[in-house]
Design a protein around this ligand. Structure first.
Ligand code: GAR
Length: 195
């Protein structure tokens, strides 16, 4: 199961990778808003979709409860947050393991504007992080990271595109390994493979 909020190129990489040998199928794609390319990608691939909007609920807790219900209907072994721009609540996080992909080398530059923040800081190297999601903002245990250089003249768009090229490959690699080999968590260490 994959959650998206936007263009869904990471989702597309997962859809393209999900052949029988990959070890996982994408059972559904969920979003927090309508009319996004991420949902269109899922529809074109014949994958069921749903939308759960925060604005349709009395508050975040009610939204979290409804989202957890929608996810549960598909009985996923793993939920992948791939450009999902909402903080997940306890009901979802207590019910399913959730992996997120983030366009920076955490713990640097958490939050919704990681690429902009890294550029503004002036770092020469940034990257992407695939991590387990906990109740904080981009604070869960790191599974994998890869560095990406910042080039002279980069703007947010050029740098983000360079990161996303690496990010899509890393996410596919990590999700595939989690599906095929499992994982264990010990404190902040995540180990891919059988225990
Ligand atoms: C990705 O770079 C992802 O890491 C980022 O949004 C982009 C989504 O791209 N997520 C965040 O910034 C979450 N804090 P996509 O919709 O093309 O996959």
């Amino acid at each position: 199961m994959v959650l998206v909020s936007g263009s869904g190129t990471n989702l597309q990489a997962l859809l393209d990778a999900a052949t029988p040998s990959f070890g996982a199928v994408i059972v559904a794609v969920g979003a927090d808003r309508d009319g996004i390319e991420g949902l269109a990608r899922a529809e074109r691939a014949g994958v069921p979709t749903f939308v759960e909007r925060v604005a349709d609920h009395a508050g975040r807790d009610e939204w979290d409860e409804a989202l957890a219900g929608k996810i549960a209907a598909y009985k996923p072994d793993l939920v992948v947050s791939a450009g999902f721009m909402k903080i997940l609540g306890r009901r979802v996080l207590d019910s399913f393991p959730v992996v997120n992909t983030h366009p920076a080398l955490l713990p640097s530059f958490p939050g919704a504007h990681a690429v902009r923040d890294a550029l503004a800081y002036g770092v020469r190297v940034t990257g992407c992080t695939v991590h387990l999601v906990d109740t904080g903002v981009d604070t869960g245990p790191v599974i994998a990271q890869e560095a990406v250089p910042v080039r002279e003249g980069d703007d947010e768009e050029t740098l983000h595109e360079r990161i996303k090229t690496v990010e899509r490959r890393l996410l596919v690699e990590v999700v595939g390994r989690m599906a095929r080999e499992g994982w264990t968590v010990s404190g902040r260490r995540v180990r891919l493979g059988r225990a």
